[in-house]
Design a protein around this ligand. Sequence first.
Ligand SMILES: *[C@@H]1O[C@H](CO)[C@@H](O)[C@H](O)[C@H]1NC(C)=O
Ligand SMILES: *[C@@H]1O[C@H](CO)[C@@H](O)[C@H](O)[C@H]1NC(C)=O
Ligand SMILES: *[C@@H]1O[C@H](CO)[C@@H](O)[C@H](O)[C@H]1NC(C)=O
Ligand SMILES: *[C@@H]1O[C@H](CO)[C@@H](O)[C@H](O)[C@H]1NC(C)=O
Ligand SMILES: *[C@@H]1O[C@H](CO)[C@@H](O)[C@H](O)[C@H]1NC(C)=O
Length: 322
Amino acid sequence: MPSSPTRTASASSPRTHAVFLALVAAVVALLLHSATLTAAAAATRGGSHPGVESVGQLLQQSPTVADVEVQPWSAAINASASGLVVSQVSFVIKSTQRSFQGFLGTVVNPAFFKYALPSVGCGHRVNTSVTAKQNNCLFATNAGFFDVNTGACIGNIVIDGKTVEAAVTARVNFGLQGQRSFITGYLDQSDVQSGKYNLTQLLTGAGWLVRDGKSYLDTSRYTESLDSNFVTEKAPRTSIGTFANGTMAIFVVDGEEDIGTGVDLYEFTEILLDLGLTNAINLDGGGSSAVFYNNTIIDRPTCNDTPVICERAVTSITCVLP
Ligand SMILES: *[C@@H]1O[C@H](CO)[C@@H](O)[C@H](O)[C@H]1NC(C)=O
Ligand SMILES: *[C@@H]1O[C@H](CO)[C@@H](O)[C@H](O)[C@H]1NC(C)=O
Ligand SMILES: *[C@@H]1O[C@H](CO)[C@@H](O)[C@H](O)[C@H]1NC(C)=O
Ligand SMILES: *[C@@H]1O[C@H](CO)[C@@H](O)[C@H](O)[C@H]1NC(C)=O
Ligand SMILES: *[C@@H]1O[C@H](CO)[C@@H](O)[C@H](O)[C@H]1NC(C)=O
């Protein structure tokens, strides 16, 4: 498969080039996207690869004590604008010398951010782009894990202050609190139900990748009982998190599970640290990863884990309102 053009730079100064611009690159990606869709449609290989998105053992005991990082929102918020910036990101990962292509959405005002579900709710799988349009999202990605057979949502879901699901789970969460702060970490089912944390948005992922500016994967993979293959497989990946300045980030790396392109969770964590994330969690990935912006899918999702570019029907999504 021909890949979209990427701008690859040396690994010496990732911060300066990592978040390079955006509008130009994103427009290029948009223009190329329809062409790659057509070309890809011809190259069906079929088959489905259980891997990054498989959810075996997702349900574990809840932690007995909440273990969270709370961070205030940016002080630089413009109340009437999200401050959304969408960038195409690619550089060489220092530790493995592998390159990747990703899309980063940053949001200055988290009041414009929400999780969203298909209008039919949990238990139904719908393309990210369809749910994004139903919810008037300007930017959106896939988000939570789900049961591939029933479409049941897995984990906690709070949307606009309403608890959709409060789960028994050892997996990490990311969300927003009413007192204008981010919350990342482990919460008991009763913590989610009680209202004690003033949760306005919350979703469970799998793998706390960055905690307080450092890799937390070596710890969280065991705390959360992540399958070894889930951690080490090269695949598309989706994450959500925060910068130290109180800006939030949603980041997706493209790839294709069957041929091992994309990143494993160690590489993903390294990229997130290079980008400057302070806290970040891993969301559903593999063929579920997809990036929607301004009414179109702008990345190269691989719904069947083959070269065909197509969207997988998922459940919850991340959503930035216009
Ligand atoms: C805040 O955002 C609004 C809407 O985009 C814009 O019209 C206004 O100029 C912005 N204000 C500041 C101070 O940047
Ligand atoms: C929840 O919000 C209320 C009102 O803003 C505040 O007084 C309280 O401290 C908040 N609770 C937490 C756990 O931050
Ligand atoms: C916040 O920090 C990130 C990462 O360093 C940077 O890209 C962004 O411009 C900053 N945003 C604001 C509003 O300061
Ligand atoms: C979205 O696309 C429309 C039509 O192509 C364009 O006019 C508009 O500027 C785009 N908006 C953003 C935020 O990119
Ligand atoms: C969902 O995505 C698939 C694969 O790209 C596509 O075939 C299908 O038409 C989409 N469904 C809707 C309702 O957009």
